[in-house]
Ligand binder design. Structure first.
Ligand SMILES: [Zn+2]
Length: 368
């Protein structure tokens, strides 16, 4: 169904969801429930949107084709008697038994959508969170080998992540010795390595992000992180850095840690603030003067004469950045906040296009 929609969208060069749903809805097989068809249309729209974006940059972009079987729905399913009930036809269902872990995780929470693939079922759930008003801030500074946190009460935390760096450099070494020059085989083998690498690095990051969020939650602190943009630009060919250094810096998973900290914090109602990454590693966290580099990741401040640890200094600067930016509410945070009610109005957007106000009349093109 997704591929039919993509074909229709490209053939008639349709951009908007609304037009695509009116043009392609009737071409989709009639035996299928209406909300599954709408789901296919919305998936196709996002694929088409990505294709159009890619096509602007490179006109030789291949026409997309969905190969992975997937079904996402936020309608029709039900969880009852330890089973997930998914409709296949009107009043005809398939049942999937849920294990104890799943039932325990879902207890008391609002189930929003179900995604089924040939190998897995994922259930996404929502919880109303109340953001606690922070009594202080903890700044998180992500370095290559460690994560350093500094809270506004002067407490310093250090989480070692050098193991992740070692794992990554190990896989990089293995990949660099790969001799076959067949592109198809390289892609397949390297994606396997990528999966193995992720499986080993992810738990380390999850462990650290969990500990950071737990600490912030028990102390009722807000979390402050750096807004990192254009990091890749810093380590590119032609910047006068060694190949090895560039590889090491580019394998640095700063974004993943931020993502984990952010979603875990939001789930617990911990406030997350982003501050611009300007001079956080250079400024003296005591007097604000520009420091001089000293040996072994130390900094020396010519103004107040303090000898500072580079990582601790940066984390402290980030934490004070939170204090300064807190009351105004940075724009980055507001942007994230808007994402939340999307789930409930998903289908309205599917067939209503850019409808801003949900109305009560039936917006399905036909009834099945
Ligand atoms: Zn100073």
């Amino acid at each position: 169904m997704v591929n039919v929609c993509i074909a229709v969208g490209i053939e008639e060069s349709v951009t908007s969801l609304k037009t695509l749903s009116t043009r392609s809805y009737h071409r989709l097989s009639y035996g299928v429930l209406g909300y599954y068809r709408l789901g296919a249309i919305s998936t196709a729209t996002s694929i088409l949107r990505n294709y159009r974006k890619a096509n602007k940059k490179n006109p030789r972009t291949k026409i997309p084709y969905a190969r992975k079987l997937m079904l996402t729905t936020c309608y029709g399913f039900k969880i009852q008697n330890n089973h997930l009930r998914l409709p296949i036809k009107p009043r005809k269902y398939v049942y999937v038994k849920l294990n104890n872990h799943m039932l325990k995780a879902l207890a008391g929470l609002d189930v929003r959508s179900v995604t089924v693939t040939p190998h897995s079922i994922s259930i996404s759930y929502a919880k109303e969170t109340v953001e606690t008003k922070p009594v202080g801030f903890v700044g998180v500074d992500r370095n290559l080998d460690n994560v350093t946190t500094a809270s506004t009460d002067g407490r310093i935390g250090r989480y070692d992540l050098s193991k992740a760096t070692r794992i990554k450099s190990g896989y990089r070494c293995v990949k660099s010795h790969f001799k076959r020059s067949d592109k198809r085989i390289i892609t397949r083998v390297f994606s396997k390595y990528g999966e193995l690498e992720r499986n080993r690095v992810q738990p380390l990051l999850h462990n650290v992000s969990r500990r950071i969020v737990d600490e912030a939650k028990t102390r009722r602190y807000g979390i402050v992180m750096e807004k990192l943009t254009g990091i890749r630009r810093l380590y590119r060919k032609g910047n006068g850095q060694s190949r090895n250094y560039r590889a090491r810096m580019n394998s640095w998973s700063y974004g993943e840690l931020q993502r984990q900290v952010e979603y875990k914090a939001r789930w617990e109602g911990v406030k997350v603030i982003y501050v611009p990454a300007r001079d956080t590693s250079k400024r003296c966290s005591i007097c604000g003067y520009k420091t001089l580099e000293s040996a072994q990741r130390k900094l020396w401040c010519p103004q107040c004469g303090a000898m500072l640890d580079r990582d601790e200094n940066a984390a402290r600067n980030i934490a004070t950045g939170g204090l300064r930016f807190g009351p105004y509410g940075p724009p980055g945070e507001a942007m994230v906040e808007e994402r939340e009610p999307e789930n409930t109005t998903l289908i309205l957007k599917v067939d209503g296009g850019k409808l801003s106000q949900p109305t009560n009349d039936n917006k399905y093109p036909t009834k099945t």
